[in-house]
Design a protein around this ligand. Structure first.
Ligand code: PLP
Length: 337
């Protein structure tokens, strides 16, 4: 199947599996797993942060991040459609008694700083205490501009807030901008990175920050059930991904751009033209979408078809696969008239 539903569907390559097979392991709860330690050290080198922590999922990494920033009765300012507000089952509120303060995001995925300023609560017994600004990079495939991040970071220093970046796809942002990751991560206190999306690892995320912060996070990771044992087997896939699969993200971006042009040429309505990374959005009628999804599946292509359809390119999708998808799409459209 040609699977365009997400970049989480990638399967570990032969070489990645070899790296996993050969990984030296120990008990990571004791801090004894050399491969996990090597992955965390690599994350520090790439992000310029003092310390890093390997976690099973991006959702848990974001949860642990929020629990380590905010205490009960405190709040984080976050985008209305941000993953760590919308798509993580309310974990910070449920498990941490942390209040989200969601704000409408601008079209480019930023949170306008004047709106953030207006949402910061005064020191008053009526209010939750505002502690954190949480941004997402990339958001819906959009790369946050560096000058925005620079302003946001300075703004949070001025306001006494911490700045977290949910960087599930932050390496897509770095590759798209053509800068080292640390040119982005210098504008945040903490960040998460998903190894199991475009980077092609089967499992795993990283949380990076100061040594003191990560020490706190390690306790929360244990409490939330994320303390793994011989997890070097999984960390080896992460190291392989960071060493081999970062620059090739450019292929996914080029493929998304190519697919956008091809689909536009056959009359498909592109929702947000100018794909910057590996995500493409299309508009179509609900009736059309209801027919398209099953038809594509019958012909070997998996997409989450809806009025707003999201297509994602990744390491297991070739240009040839996309050629096939465009041909099928054209045949489907011809049958509609
Ligand atoms: C996928 C994703 C996550 C969560 O990752 P999981 O590993 O699926 O839990 C967090 N934030 C963003 C922006 C994501 O895209």
């Amino acid at each position: 199947m040609i699977d365009l539903r997400s970049d989480t569907v990638t399967r570990p390559s032969e070489a990645m599996r070899q790296a996993m097979y050969q990984a030296e392991v120990g008990d990571d709860v004791y801090g004894d797993d050399p491969t996990v330690n090597a992955l965390q050290a690599l994350a520090c080198k790439l992000t310029g942060k003092e310390a890093a922590l390997f976690l099973p999922t991006g959702t848990q990494a974001n949860l642990v991040a929020l629990l380590s920033h905010c205490e009960r009765g405190e709040e984080y300012i976050v985008g209305q459609k941000a993953h760590n507000y919308m798509y993580e089952a309310g974990g910070a509120a449920v498990l941490g008694s942390i209040q989200p303060q969601p704000l409408e995001m601008a079209d480019d995925g930023t949170l306008p700083l004047d709106k953030v300023a207006a949402a910061i609560k005064a020191d008053d017994i009526h209010f939750a205490r505002t502690r954190l600004l949480s941004l997402e990079n990339t958001h819906s495939g959009k790369v946050l501009p560096l000058d925005y991040l620079q302003r946001a970071f300075a703004f949070t220093r001025e306001k006494g807030l911490a700045l977290h970046i949910d960087g599930a796809r932050i390496l897509n942002a770095a590759v798209s901008l053509g800068v080292p990751l640390s040119d982005i991560t210098c504008y945040c206190d903490t960040l998460t990175i998903c190894l199991s999306k475009g980077l092609g690892a089967p499992v795993g995320s990283l949380l990076c920050g100061s040594a003191e912060y990560i020490k706190r996070a390690n306790r929360w990771r244990k409490m939330t059930g994320g303390g793994m044992r011989q997890s070097g087997i999984l960390a080896a896939a992460g190291i392989y991904a960071l060493e081999n699969n970062v620059q090739r993200l450019q292929d996914d971006h080029d493929n998304a751009r190519w697919l956008e042009q091809q689909l536009r040429a056959i009359g498909v309505e592109i929702a947000a033209p100018g794909a910057q990374t590996n995500v493409l959005y299309l508009h179509q009628s609900a009736e059309m979408a209801a027919r398209l999804g099953p038809w594509m599946r019958e012909h070997g292509v998996l997409i989450s078809a809806g009025p707003l359809t999201r297509l994602i390119t990744h390491i297991d999708i070739s240009r040839q696969d996309l050629q096939t998808v465009v041909e099928l799409w054209q045949r489907f459209l011809q049958q509609q008239d």
